[in-house]
Design a protein around this ligand. Structure first.
Ligand SMILES: *Cc1c(COP(=O)(O)O)cnc(C)c1O
Length: 465
């Protein structure tokens, strides 16, 4: 008992540490509040261990390195870049779409100073923030008007609230989907004040199902894209063009929640389940909603395009202000959309499209390069390039698989779980997956500029037996 007490009181005081040479060095490079907190926490941690009867190493070397670790933690960002070695291009947990260089540059340029966000340069007076993205969307896809809000969930919510509050929105039972987390069509609809009128069955819905549901309470016919699942077998749904005809006949707007919303015809790439926004617009749908950070490859956002009078109503909804986007998002959107003026270039310059549609031999070459460099470092592991398949992710293209190549790492001195954990806690964290006894580094989502980094991080982790 007496000994423990002595040890506790033998720990240096906060003041002593701050006045010593180490303290002075920390104070010269880090904010005083951070150093102070780190020193206090480190001392408190050791006191607690001693009190609990543990016998921690109380040498000043250990104490100082604990303090230094805490200082670094306290002064580094919580949100930080990671290397995505999962092969999943639209990984919602890893920030979904990687922005194009042009989008990044535009965000920097617009945020560095003032901008004409809500200023009409021609008229010399107050303007509107939605005009910037509406202009390019009109140019690209011929949309009468457009509005961008915080995300597609907000786009759907706001549109429903504007067009179908206290009225019925007709939806096929086969389209009452849940898109990860908390976006469920019936729940969003309830929150928006629209009354759900389900028609048809899970696998089949016919035009006459919609027809019989139409009544004086109908505010909207809603179609929802089966983004993240597929109903196969004995199925039938009503083509958009027929819903459009029905809507026109009864003067009821038709809205299509497209989910991903791509602006390029993906059929040449073997993807037939994802109609382009242009295609859907041409069919005569009144409003289309889609995400900015799925296949479009832009910032988080929800795009509403379509009939001018309806968009105008949506814009005037008081809730529009609550989900409006900031100038950084608008800057990133406009630049991303500009890339689509030349679709062939967009496929190269928009990282999401580039990563999804890069030829397998390019991925293989990257995997081989990574594997060769790891072996050259003498990494303590069995390293081979393996074939694999990856998914698009982010609730997009559920039925598409992409052939890919991964570097399989089977460590010889540590367990594969240890390796995975160490990669996650590296200064530049690496997110990878484990298959059987191997850690797989999927080369599809690894950027060329990250290879050297990755080699260092993996070799370092493997050598820490
Ligand atoms: C992803 C998705 C949403 C939600 O979009 P967020 O931009 O993630 O809010 C809504 N509807 C469909 C059909 C989707 O696929």
């Amino acid at each position: 008992m007496k000994k423990k007490k002595d040890e506790r009181s033998s720990l240096p005081s906060v003041d002593e540490i701050l006045k010593g040479p180490e303290g002075a060095a920390w104070l010269a490079s880090f904010p005083r509040s951070v150093v102070l907190q780190a020193v206090r926490e480190a001392i408190a941690g050791m006191r607690q261990k001693l009190k609990d009867g543990a016998r921690p190493n109380t040498s000043s070397a250990v104490l100082f390195s604990t303090i230094e670790g805490r200082i670094h933690k306290l002064s580094s960002y919580s949100l930080q870049p990671v290397i995505n070695a999962t092969g999943i291009v639209l990984h919602t947990n890893l920030g979904r779409a990687v922005l194009s260089e042009r989008a990044i540059e535009n965000v920097i340029s617009v945020s560095r100073g003032y901008s004409n966000l809500e200023y009409d340069l021609e008229a010399g007076k107050r303007g509107k923030r939605h005009v910037h993205t509406a202009r390019i969307l009109h140019q690209l896809i011929g949309a009468e008007d457009a509005l961008i809000v915080n995300n597609n969930a907000a786009a759907v919510f706001l549109s429903l609230n504007t067009l179908a509050k206290d009225r019925e929105a007709i939806v096929s039972r086969g389209e009452l989907v849940e898109i990860g987390g908390s976006f469920r069509v019936p729940d969003v609809m309830a929150a928006s004040g629209a009354m759900l009128r389900e028609v048809g069955t899970t696998n089949k819905t016919h035009l006459h199902d919609y027809e019989t549901a139409l009544c004086e309470r109908t505010g909207l016919i809603l179609k929802v894209h089966q983004s993240n699942y597929k109903v196969i077998g004995f199925t039938e749904d009503v083509p958009v063009s027929e819903l459009v005809r029905l809507g026109k006949e009864h003067d009821i707007p038709v809205m299509y929640d497209l989910g991903s919303g791509n602006l390029i015809d993906l059929k040449p790439y073997g993807i037939h389940s994802e109609p382009s926004v242009q295609e859907v617009l041409r069919s005569g749908v009144d409003l289309i909603t889609f995400s900015g950070d799925k296949l479009l490859g832009g910032p988080q956002g929800g795009v509403i395009v379509g009939r001018r009078d309806l968009i105008e109503k949506v814009r005037k909804n008081p809730l529009a202000r609550a989900v409006r986007v900031d100038k950084l998002t608008i800057a990133a959107f406009e630049a991303t959309l500009m890339e689509y003026l030349d679709p062939a270039l967009a496929l190269k310059r928009i990282p999401v499209l580039d990563m999804l549609f890069q030829p397998a031999d390019v991925i293989q070459a990257r995997a081989k390069k990574l594997a060769a460099r790891l072996r050259k470092q003498g990494a303590a592991a069995d390293i081979v390039v393996v074939r694999d398949v990856s998914k698009a992710g982010g609730g997009s293209l559920p039925d598409a698989s992409f052939d890919t190549f991964a570097v399989s790492v089977v460590p010889s001195q540590i367990t594969v779980n240890d390796l995975e954990r160490q990669l996650r806690s590296a200064p530049r964290p690496v997110i990878a997956r484990i298959r059987e006894n191997a850690l797989l580094l999927d080369a599809r989502t690894i950027r060329d500029s990250e290879i050297q980094h990755l080699v260092e991080i993996v070799s370092d982790a493997l050598s820490r037996a």
